[in-house]
Write a protein that binds this ligand. Structure first.
Ligand code: AMP
Length: 381
């Protein structure tokens, strides 16, 4: 295996949002330099990186120049054009690989891969022409969800179909793009497992994290998930199997549905640190971002031993700013509560601006504490 990339080297991050920012903070703590590449300026990542390159992902000359200056490149989002990944790969080490991005940036490819790896997914049908929808509905049943095959996140590009007559209009809503039609899963809860995998195939994980969403956006995550031990083990086994089958070098987050019988099926893969894993920064000895760095650099992965028995994370969306600047002091007055802000200047509704983490003796206590901290932000008269 190639020699590890050691502290002092420069790592490149494609994308410049909060995931890149938290990766950069972890990398700089270990003495690495970080360059970030995105179309944006004064970005969450750029604010903490050594160097911010502002260019289009299609500007292959700029991409190649970026690759030449760094010892390895990683990503904070999976929707990187394949030509961009190729240009990067010609100049430096790219982790995770272009193959991992290719599979996970397209729902049909991702589901086909999961089925091939023997990993259960919701019933689905591919929609490419108008006749496909009625055929698909016959296959997956009602209600169903139509999701664009590419570039969907946080529920964008999705429409729920409750009756056959609504199907065509539903497809029009997402612009007649190639899509997957999925049967709605009657889940009891949603969980995710964050797995890190090194180039030599070693893996670590944090167990199951329980997630609740609001308006399709992650709202609160609780660790450990309040599900039976055997169910959590099943979730971890599926996540590790997916990580291995995809040959990820880096971090893979596997989002799953758990039904009342304790069956687990995979909803989605993200080949990078994930919002649900943000609580690992405060709750675990090695956070998901440091794991990404270690994997990318060919260093041993860190322990995922917890610093507290339980933790919870609450997202802070731009909506919290609706009545002015949130009351940070009120939330920070609670011991065991940590504030993370991403340096975004414009608090638009639905925009992820930051998060709060609480650690506690039990998952219920951690969740109550983090929700109380968030409530206090806007409770002032
Ligand atoms: P996704 O963009 O696929 O992660 O979907 C966003 C959220 O929509 C999920 O976290 C679920 O809460 C919900 N969802 C997506 N697909 C399904 C499904 N097949 N059945 C039930 N809920 C779903």
């Amino acid at each position: 295996m190639s020699a590890p990339i050691l502290p002092g080297a420069t790592i490149g991050v494609l994308g410049s949002g909060q995931l890149g920012r938290m990766f950069t903070i972890a990398a700089r703590r270990l003495g690495y330099r970080v360059h970030t590449f995105s179309p944006d300026q004064d970005s969450p990542t750029g604010q903490v990186a050594d160097h911010e390159v502002t260019a289009s992902y299609d500007d292959l000359a700029a991409v190649s120049a970026f690759a030449r200056d760094v010892a390895a490149v990683t990503f904070e989002f999976e929707n990187v054009p394949s030509r961009t990944v190729e240009a990067l790969g010609a100049g430096t080490v790219v982790r995770p690989s272009g193959h991992v991005l290719h599979v996970t940036q397209h729902r049909v490819r991702e589901k086909t891969f999961l089925v091939g790896a023997g990993i259960p997914v919701a019933p689905f049908a591919v929609v490419e022409a108008s006749g496909d929808i009625q055929r698909g509905l016959a296959q997956v049943g009602l209600p169903a969800i139509l999701k664009t095959a590419s570039f969907g996140y946080d529920g964008k590009g999705q429409v729920r179909i409750a009756e056959p007559d609504a199907a065509s209009a539903g497809w029009a809503t997402i612009g007649w793009q190639p899509a997957v039609l999925e049967g709605v899963v009657a889940f009891a809860c949603e969980v995710s497992v964050v797995v890190a995998r090194s180039a030599d195939g070693a893996m670590v994980d944090y167990g199951a994290i329980e997630n609740s969403h609001r308006h399709h956006i992650l709202d609160v995550s609780v660790w450990p998930a309040r599900i039976p031990e055997a169910t959590a083990r099943k979730a971890v086994a599926l996540a590790r199997a997916a990580c291995e089958a995809l040959d990820v070098v880096g971090v893979l987050c596997v989002e799953m549905f758990v039904d009342a019988a304790g069956d687990v099926i995979v909803n989605e893969l993200a080949p990078r640190p994930h919002n649900s894993g943000h609580l690992t920064i405060d709750a675990h000895v090695t956070c998901q971002f440091e794991q990404q760095l270690r994997a990318v650099c060919g260093l041993p992965l860190g322990t995922t031993t917890a610093r507290a028995p339980a933790a919870a994370m609450a997202n802070l969306l731009g909506d919290e700013w609706g009545r002015g600047e949130p009351d940070w002091a009120a939330a920070l007055a609670l011991p065991e509560v940590k504030l993370h802000l991403y340096g975004k200047l414009e608090p638009r509704p639905g925009r992820k601006m930051g998060h709060l983490t609480a650690t506690a003796g039990t998952p219920d206590e951690a969740e109550a504490l983090v929700r109380e901290a968030r409530r206090l932000l806007t409770a002032r008269a």
